[in-house]
Design a binder for this molecule. Structure first.
Ligand SMILES: *Cc1c(COP(=O)(O)O)cnc(C)c1O
Length: 408
């Protein structure tokens, strides 16, 4: 089969689509005015920002003034969590509830708050990578300031019962933040119906540019100023706005939210074919629940393989994939997400994530399905761990119970 180039790492970042770039271009070229200036070119830029805010608000069922533009998902997560901690911590509420498998933008923020005297409950996500509203309800205390739980996991694609979790938080009068970076455009989101108080989003995961995102904050939820200076973003986040990026973000959100059902219908069969075919390889497993899962996410572990070698060989064959989160690749620690499922290190290490977009063709899927078994066989033929699996099976029982059987 002829070599192809296939980008299957859309959970790490996405390409900027033509409609998004076209929407941005005028603000990078002729309409370069400062949105705070009073002449027409400035007012036009201001109007572009406010139109973008209104369009985005419509997509999520909220008001325009509840949207604050940020530099991305990490900033939005930090802002929501630290602002709430600072405000409610001062009133003696120093407890936060989150999960074991959040993005590091949430986990490291929580760890920093622990150093400052906050107590954090990290809910376990179980073998399927899901939390329940009951778990959240049980964990809420008198002094709980915030529940922050991601909408969909970036590594294993599992989708959490956000509406139910939000309902529990409402009832208990605890603020609820969700990192929806991976969910936007893949799952219908209405912040009012789904009881969400704060929500983070990132542009570059949905075909807008890197370095733009937003935080939704429900009216009535107090928010600290993040950057002091000018009056931009209702004085909460000073600094001249990134007009083109904001306009592009609105275009990307609008496009993503217009055809969620269609996208799911197009991508799911391709994802399922990838999963079913790759799982035919012996001693493999699918990570994360199969049903409550993003349409484009495939995360599979191969016993007896180093994820890094798999990724390098995939790259040589023109396939861009990932072994977990892009933020931790390069480090040799296994993914905290896979460990949170209870996987042994040996298995977590041999994992691969494919995150496909609407661009992928059936021929691309054929190609991936043809290439992967060959690569796996090649790596296993040189792997001491695989040799042990084949030759000393009884001693491997502890690992074997996590994967499909060895074919003899
Ligand atoms: C990518 C990602 C982020 C970080 O977003 P940036 O815009 O890159 O800062 C946060 N949370 C999740 C779930 C992500 O996938």
């Amino acid at each position: 089969m002829e070599k192809r180039f296939i980008y299957a790492d859309n959970a790490a970042t996405t390409n900027i689509t033509k409609n998004v770039l076209d929407a941005m271009m005028p603000y990078l070229t002729e309409h370069y005015g400062n949105p705070s200036s009073i002449y027409k070119m400035g007012r036009d830029a201001q109007k572009a920002i406010e139109d973008a805010r209104a369009q985005i608000a419509e997509c999520f069922g909220c008001q325009a003034k509840e949207i604050y533009f940020t530099s991305g998902g990490s900033e939005a997560d930090n802002w929501a969590i630290k602002s709430t901690a600072l405000r409610l911590g001062a009133k003696g509420k120093k407890h936060i509830i989150t999960t074991e498998f959040e993005h590091h933008a949430v986990l490291h923020t929580c760890a920093d708050l622990e150093k400052q005297g906050f107590e954090v409950t990290y809910l376990p996500v179980g073998e399927k990578g899901l939390v329940t509203a009951e778990q959240v309800e049980k964990a809420i205390r008198e002094d709980t300031a915030l529940v922050t739980i991601m909408y969909a996991n970036n590594e294993i694609g599992t989708i959490q019962p956000i509406k139910e979790i939000g309902a529990v938080c409402r009832e208990k009068k605890v603020l609820f933040h969700t990192d929806a970076v991976q969910a936007v455009g893949n799952v219908p989101i209405n912040v009012k119906e789904q009881n969400i108080d704060m929500m983070s989003l990132s542009g570059h995961k949905l075909h807008a540019q890197k370095g733009i995102g937003l935080l939704y904050v429900k009216t009535g939820v107090a928010l600290n100023n993040l950057i002091h200076g000018g009056a931009q973003e209702r004085s909460r986040r000073a600094g001249t706005e990134n007009v083109a990026a904001i306009v592009g973000l609105a275009e990307a959100v609008k496009t993503a939210c217009a055809d969620i059902e269609g996208k799911i219908a197009r991508i799911t069969p391709k994802r399922d074919r990838l999963i079913d075919e790759i799982l035919k390889i012996e001693c493999t497993r699918l990570n994360g629940d199969r049903e409550s899962r993003l349409a484009g996410n495939v995360n599979i572990s191969f016993l007896g393989i180093e994820g890094e070698s798999l990724l390098l060989l995939l790259d040589m064959n023109g396939i861009c994939a990932s072994s977990g989160s892009a933020c931790t690749s390069g480090s040799l620690d296994p993914s905290h997400v896979l460990l949170s499922l209870g996987l042994p290190h040996e298995i977590a290490h041999g994992s691969m994530r494919l995150s496909i977009s609407d661009d992928i063709t059936d021929e691309d899927v054929d190609y991936i399905i043809e290439v992967i078994p060959k690569i796996v066989e090649r790596i296993r033929s040189m792997s001491p761990l695989w040799e042990d699996v084949v030759e000393r099976q009884p001693e491997m029982e502890k690992l074997m119970k996590f994967v499909s059987p060895l074919k003899v």
